[in-house]
Design a protein around this ligand. Structure first.
Ligand code: GUN
Length: 286
């Protein structure tokens, strides 16, 4: 069997067009959705992600601010910047790119963001709302995976979804979103004993472990949908996922490529959350 390749770029374009309609409706009422992205320090991968986020906002006619702060920024200065953005009526979404330099307390920084502008969905108020199924801002990567599954017509209800990775950014919110759609959910980590026993039972397998080519064909159930959230550089410097694409595509029913799978969806859902934040803050809720 050769898996159907899920074209994240094409689906992202389709979803962006849907959200542009909502952004344009707000603009017609004099409100331009605005997003601020803060990056602290010089992490090369983060710089690329942030540039892509700002570019996507521009493409949809959103206002965006790209705030670059030096790696030795004192915590107080970062908190002051966030406070100013919380009070800035042009800004509806605030994102602080992670990871932060070690001297900064990421938890404290995230909690300083107004939860109504927390388009990453990382603030505890929104994480709590995610648990009860009420969050306005599902975290962008898991939200993007859900949209990819839905747009590809992959059934979720009753299926066994296995997630490898337990991060706050992907693994945990991913589990909750799938659970709300009535999947049976297993969360594994890279340390899970006999990991392949679990992954081989997955109808939907989400790899978010941050290890290049970690999931191999022998770990996948024939016909499964395999979603690769990883972005790693291999020994030759090439961008690869957590899934060994060559072996897994011979077993799976569906597979996302890296690049061009989940990545474009993450950025799209950030734009979506920003438009939604602008709708909510301006009282034009859908
Ligand atoms: N670093 C990696 N992914 C993300 C994300 O979705 N949001 C933020 N703020 N930082 C990240």
């Amino acid at each position: 069997m050769t898996a159907q390749i899920i074209d994240g770029k094409a689906i992202a374009q389709e979803v962006r067009a849907e959200w542009k309609v909502r952004a344009d409706a707000l603009k017609a009422r004099g409100i331009t959705p605005g997003m601020a992205v803060i990056i602290v320090g010089e992490d090369a991968a983060s710089k690329v992600y942030v540039a892509n986020k700002v570019k996507a906002c521009a493409e949809l006619g959103l206002h965006s601010e790209h705030i670059v702060m030096p790696s030795d920024t004192p915590e107080a200065a970062l908190l002051a910047k966030i406070s100013a953005l919380n009070n800035d009526p042009k800004i509806h979404g605030i994102l602080v790119q992670l990871p932060l330099p070690k001297h900064l307390n990421a938890h404290k920084v995230i909690e300083a963001i107004n939860p109504d502008k927390d388009v990453d969905g990382f603030h505890q108020k929104n994480v709590g709302a995610l648990v009860t199924g009420e969050t306005p801002f599902p975290s962008c990567t898991p939200f993007g995976v859900m949209v990819l599954l839905e747009k590809t017509g992959i059934a979720i209800e009753g299926k066994h979804a296995v997630i490898v990775g337990r991060s706050n950014i992907v693994g945990k919110p991913m589990a909750l979103l799938l659970l709300h759609k009535n999947a049976t959910v297993t969360i594994c980590t890279s340390k899970t004993i006999d990991l392949a026993k679990h992954t081989r039972d997955a109808d939907i397998l989400v790899a978010a472990v941050g290890k290049a080519n970690f999931i191999t064909g022998g770990m996948v159930k024939p016909g499964a949908a395999v979603i690769d959230v990883g972005i790693n550089r291999n020994a030759e410097g090439k961008l690869v996922g957590d899934v060994d694409f060559a072996s897994v595509k011979e077993v799976a029913g569906y597979i996302t490529p890296v690049p061009g799978g989940v990545g474009p969806m993450t950025i799209t859902m950030l734009v979506a959350n920003t438009v939604k934040a602008a709708e909510r803050l301006s009282g034009f809720n859908k």
